[in-house]
Design a protein around this ligand. Sequence first.
Ligand SMILES: *Cc1c(COP(=O)(O)O)cnc(C)c1O
Length: 371
Amino acid sequence: MQFIDLKAQQARIAADVEARIQAVLEHGRYILGPEVTALEARLADDVGVRHCIGVASGTDALLVALMALDVGPGDEVITTPFTFVATAEVIALLGASPKFVDIDPVTYNIDPAQVAAAIGPKTRAIMPVSLYGQCADMDAINAVADRHRLPVIEDAAQSYGASYRGRRSCGLSTIGCTSFFPSKPLGAYGDGGACFTDDDALAARMRQVMNHGQDQRYSHPRLGLNARLDTLQAAVLLAKLAIFPDEVERRAAVGNRYTELLHARGARSVAAAKDGLLTPYIAPDRTSVFAQYTLQADHRDAVIAKLKAQDIPTAVHYPIPLNRQGAYAHYCCPDCTPNADRAAARVLSLPMHPYLSAADAERVADALMGG
Ligand SMILES: *Cc1c(COP(=O)(O)O)cnc(C)c1O
């Protein structure tokens, strides 16, 4: 069994991918070619916002967003320590400070009440992460941000395709940023990402920042980057979009099947218990794209070993909160995010992809809950 199987998907779209790649080779516009423009239009429409700007990775999407907002030295950006390192990395790279606040222990996403309590004179932005494919409580976070006139950047690297109160991830705040890293729900065949916004001026700034800060050739009003999305990756993504809605449904079906199988064998929801094997909780006003299917277990290493003995791979997202990482420890007191610490010590993720069979899900559940 594979943790993520990209082969089944590849077989489904191989002919379309090949045709689209061939078309790029023929027109030869490898940088900012027509596929990039076409993809941006499709994604903006999909998310329901005015602007999508393709960029070179999810990390670049976050960096471009912060640069377009002029975040820099002396500024603080409130975020979660329970995330992939890129979330805080981009803040620190700009000379600003990540201000880590604790998570909700049930959804693993940043706790809006803790965000409100952490706002101070240096706060310049709030960056929630929609972890494992489920959106953070964006309305509550936006309400806090509005009171203080702060922009909100959703790190939606894991949640493209998810919905929150009927609206789509990436379109829930000032800027939404996603990733097309191959294993993400909407993955390319290499690096890629995108920024989304309804704000025309911000969109224009992000478009400049991702292309050397230029407004026209050899005119650079802003500091920028080379953070453009490759035409070839855009071509691959256009092919993937044809099957993406079906894949989102399949992911949800796999996630729900895991939960049913595990509950039938005695596991409980993380919303209902604190100890034992705990299944993920998806809030009723949200859908998850299950970038990960993540459990909690009391004796995680033993559980991982038991699964490994039956050839079932697992992963830990994430074993060390960022405020306990060497590069970030000086930004926060180590003990001020106990929910993140507890999650980091207990979580493990199961094999998850749209083509995981019912038989495989059952085998995983049996392995987890058996002897
Ligand atoms: C994957 C990921 C990123 C970075 O995306 P890349 O495309 O790999 O640069 C940022 N934040 C989170 C939460 C991620 O999962």
